[in-house]
Design a protein around this ligand. Structure first.
Ligand code: MV4
Length: 450
């Protein structure tokens, strides 16, 4: 058992991790920037330490400072949450060197999956279907054009170190590819310090479906079924649900088995997610692997009854999984929406003070909050201020509960995307489970700011 844990994160996920620490009798240490002094998670932790200025480079990304506090407070482990340092191989390495357990996979595995080109190679080795594309990095425009001619347009040009759509472009012909290659490679180099590019065939009318896996340090791997995450805007997820309303039981089984094989092949341990693109005929293709706890993990917790953070802690402590695949059962349906401090018309961030906050409550309603009444939402971090999760016996019941909860929700003082979320739930395409990645662009027409 890990007796004392530092949480190298902020906001709702820091609060979420501290909650499981309390449940397990683990001492928690929070770190915070000058902008987060009054954040709820800072008060929830047993100890809290100021680590620097508001900007992440001067606080939450300062590896040396965080390790220094970890040593000063004698924690045995660090939980990185999501984003920030969670998929930073050098941070995992720094923890190890300091004799502190990193609650995540080994540094080398994070690095390997961080390279999309390497990840594709590993998946081919594992026998997991990947999108038809280049095996090796593309070095020149000529190579790019030659490959695209072979597989046929349209193709997706992607950055090997990319994610969130940065350095990615859809191209329809060789002219477009020639133009896109240099600019995206330069952008990727500027953003990630790596301009390596690769090409995939474009999968049309794709859904984004991911499999949650859990692996211990003894090679035991289970999957916790899928999450449907197709409703996104500019590569920001807005709504996630489990199970997917689209998948057949047969494909669900095949994807689960593929995800387990993927994790075994790379020697993975920790919670992890294998993302797939799924086409209309239920062909699925590996997209990327996330080697961290994800924002949308609660929907999986709701349908399986498994506390994913607790499992991460047990795995990091060197315990074997105490359940196998047949013990993982799913019940009902869960939907999560992300509440962002942003203008629902132009999607600009909307910082300011929350003057009034009413959070819905009820059976099957779960809130994950970064804020409370009177909190300041600052411009320094991700604008997601809360998550709302509704669980019912059926998808219809979950939608009804979520709609009711959204009607109860009140946030005053700042603008939020609550109107967008209500609008999504009202759409027939959503209600019938017809959720493609183009959903928001197709159906959402902003009405007003109030
Ligand atoms: C694709 C694709 C179609 N074909 N790759 C977007 C973010 C990045 N992680 C991968 N993305 C895509 N890759 C091929 N070969 C379509 C997308 C995509 C997308 C994927 C998931 C969820 C929303 C999306 C929105 C636009 C494009």
């Amino acid at each position: 058992m890990l007796k004392k844990i530092l949480i190298a994160n902020r906001g709702e996920i820091a609060a979420r991790i501290i909650r499981t620490c309390k449940k397990l009798g683990i001492q928690s240490v929070a770190v915070f920037s000058e902008a987060d002094q009054h954040a709820p998670y800072v008060r929830m932790a047993d100890e809290s330490y100021l680590i620097g200025k508001p900007r992440v480079n001067e606080s939450y990304l300062n590896i040396e400072k965080i390790i220094e506090i970890a040593q000063h407070t004698s924690v045995v482990a660090i939980h990185p949450g999501y984003g920030l340092l969670s998929e930073h191989p050098r941070f995992a390495e720094a923890c190890k060197e300091a004799g502190i357990v990193f609650i995540g996979p080994p540094s080398e595995v994070i690095a390997k999956m961080g390279s999309k080109v390497e990840a594709r190679k590993e998946m081919e080795k594992a026998g997991v279907p990947v999108v038809p594309g280049t095996t090796d990095a593309i070095q020149t425009v000529e190579e790019a054009v030659q490959f695209a001619t072979e597989v046929g347009y349209p193709v997706m040009l992607k950055a090997s170190s990319g994610g969130g759509g940065i350095g990615m472009e859809l191209v329809h012909d060789s002219e477009g590819l020639k133009k896109a290659f240099e600019s995206n490679s330069k952008r990727a180099l500027a953003f990630f310090g790596d301009g390596t590019m690769f090409i995939e065939k474009k999968i049309e009318n794709a859904r984004h479906i991911e499999i949650q896996i859990m692996a211990d340090q003894f090679g035991n791997v289970v999957h916790l079924f899928e999450r449907e995450c197709s409703i996104q805007r500019r590569h920001q997820k807005v709504l996630e649900e489990a199970p997917s309303p689209f998948l057949s039981e047969k494909t669900r089984k095949k994807m689960g088995a593929a995800a387990i094989q993927a994790a075994k092949t790379i020697g993975y341990y920790n919670a992890g997610t294998i993302e797939f693109l799924v086409d209309e005929d239920e062909n699925f293709y590996f997209l990327e692997m996330n080697t961290r706890l994800q924002v949308e993990h609660p929907v999986t917790e709701e349908i399986t009854g498994i506390d994913i953070v607790e499992q991460q802690i047990n795995i990091a402590a060197g315990q074997a999984l105490h359940f196998d695949q047949t013990d993982v059962q799913r019940h009902g349906h869960a939907i999560e929406v992300r509440i962002y401090a942003e203008d629902p018309v132009n999607f600009f961030p909307s910082p300011g003070q929350i003057t009034k906050l009413i959070v819905p409550e009820g059976i099957g309603i779960r809130n994950e909050l970064a804020v409370e009444e009177k909190s300041m939402v600052t411009p320094y971090y991700d604008p997601m201020i809360a998550k709302l999760i509704a669980t019912g016996n059926t998808r219809e019941e979950a939608i009804d509960k979520l709609s009711g909860a959204l009607r109860q929700y009140k946030i005053e003082g700042i603008k939020t995307n609550l109107p967008l979320l209500k609008e999504i739930l009202k759409q027939e395409a959503f209600q019938t489970g017809n959720t493609l990645t183009s959903f928001i662009d197709t159906y959402y027409i902003p009405q007003s700011t109030t």
